[in-house]
Design a protein around this ligand. Structure first.
Ligand SMILES: C[S@@+](CC[C@H](N)C(=O)[O-])C[C@H]1O[C@@H](n2cnc3c(N)ncnc32)[C@H](O)[C@@H]1O
Length: 400
């Protein structure tokens, strides 16, 4: 057992966690309670990282508990609703360390497993094996032969396989890009993604059985999004609504390195137009951002920075070099100053999204749903037949 942790030590902690998740409404069914009590999370997190923010840039410090005080602190964290970072890579381009794997907080994991409505005999595919803990929970619930999990990082897959088999679980684990699914083992009744994506990959739609469910975190160009549960029909179409509770994941990677950031385009040098705007750019920090991003090009960057005169501005930059800059503080008349340049008037697009959002009654994201085919994703408000917008998906590959 890891760090000599015995059953009488961890089992009461697992029970306490299960009781807490039940009280909080995350854990609802006896089957998932049984899985949570049976699978020792500490075996999957022998080492974790905590951020030291006293340095610039902040550093991630590895903790491998050995002495009794460290072990006690680690077990408290492991058997609590806490995400534990388990892998860090250096992003040499940006000169920072980036977390690339974690053991997801158990309250979120269990809520997602409950939302998947898994039942005995179903076959489930997980994207993002990570530590293997979630695959262990699913293997306990569904049996080894019904659980498949894939991770982009072969070293993580090997380590997860080793931990799982040490506990007597042997689900099928594979290394590869989860966006491709696992064609050799399809069809699946359920697909659960534990990394965030820009869109539902066509392979998942193909590999999902009619009536099957996919649960994933979809994130738009401005980073706004949430978990969405989509059901497949007879045709290769999945449809459903964003969930009312919040859950977010690390972005999908296409290599074992850090998430490949989009290349920042060069801003156009065309003359900017300057005009007053009544829209407070701080609105883009809240619930409006979800709809706003549907009106912007797929790879629009957003940041808050200091303008040439050292006043803070919200800055948008699109792949075609178009940019917009809007002051964060209103003048005496309640106006913000917007500057726009390039072929795509970005702030104008945000303003028209604002009018639309207000017209719809300022809906939160869970009033929206999505219909996805292998070729197109449409986001709709309230009802698939209601107002809808095409989800901007990057055109360069890989798009998801
Ligand atoms: C939050 S962790 C997963 C947690 C995991 N389910 C667990 O129980 O420990 C996200 C994982 O997604 C994986 N990942 C990122 N991009 C991926 C991709 N394209 N295909 C498959 N896995 C990917 C990462 O390597 C990382 O292990």
């Amino acid at each position: 057992m890891t760090a000599g942790v015995t059953e009488p030590t961890w089992r009461p902690l697992a029970r306490r966690l299960a009781d807490r998740l039940t009280a909080d409404g995350d854990l609802r069914t006896p089957q998932w309670r049984a899985a949570l009590l049976a699978v020792p999370r500490h075996e999957f997190v022998p080492r974790y990282y905590l951020q030291d923010t006293s340095t610039r840039p902040a550093r991630w410090i590895a903790h491998e508990p050995h002495d009794p005080a460290d072990v006690a602190r680690w077990l408290e964290l492991v058997y609590s609703p806490t995400t534990l970072i388990t892998e860090i890579v250096d992003d040499s381009e940006r000169g920072v360390q980036v977390p690339v794997c974690s053991s997801t907080k158990p309250d979120l994991m269990i809520r997602m497993l409950e939302a998947l409505q898994l039942s005995t005999g179903m076959r489930a595919l997980e994207i993002g094996t990570g530590t293997g803990y979630n695959a262990g929970l699913m293997a306990h619930r569904l049996g080894d032969r019904n659980v498949y999990s894939v991770d982009i990082d072969p070293a993580l897959v090997t380590a997860a396989r080793h931990r799982l088999s040490g506990l007597g679980y042997r689900p099928t684990l594979a290394a590869g890009d989860g966006a491709d699914g696992l064609a050799d083992h399809a069809p699946f009744d359920r697909i659960i993604a534990t990394c965030a994506l820009r869109a539902i990959p066509p392979a998942w739609i193909d590999q999902l059985r009619p009536g099957g469910l996919v649960l994933a975190h979809l994130e738009g160009p401005l980073g706004a999004g949430n978990l969405v549960a989509l059901r497949r029909g007879e045709q290769p179409v999945v449809q459903g609504k964003f969930l009312p509770w919040w859950g977010c994941f690390m972005r999908r990677r296409t290599t074992t390195g850090p998430t490949s950031g989009s290349h920042r385009p060069t801003p156009t040098t065309q003359q900017a137009t300057t005009r007053p705007s009544t829209l407070d750019p701080a609105e883009l920090d809240g619930g409006f951002r979800f709809l706003a991003q549907l009106h912007l090009p797929a790879e629009t960057f957003r940041s808050i920075r200091l303008a040439d005169d050292h006043t803070p501005v919200t800055y948008l930059l699109a792949p075609d070099g178009s940019w917009a800059e809007v002051t964060r503080h209103a003048d005496a008349c309640g106006h913000y100053t917007a500057r726009e340049a390039g072929p795509t008037p970005l702030w104008t697009a945000v303003e028209s999204a604002w009018t639309e959002w207000n017209h719809l009654g300022t809906p939160p994201w869970h009033d929206f749903g999505i219909t996805a085919t292998p070729n197109e994703h449409r986001i709709w408000h309230s009802d698939p037949a209601g107002p809808s917008w095409r989800l901007p998906i990057p055109t360069r590959r890989p798009a998801w």
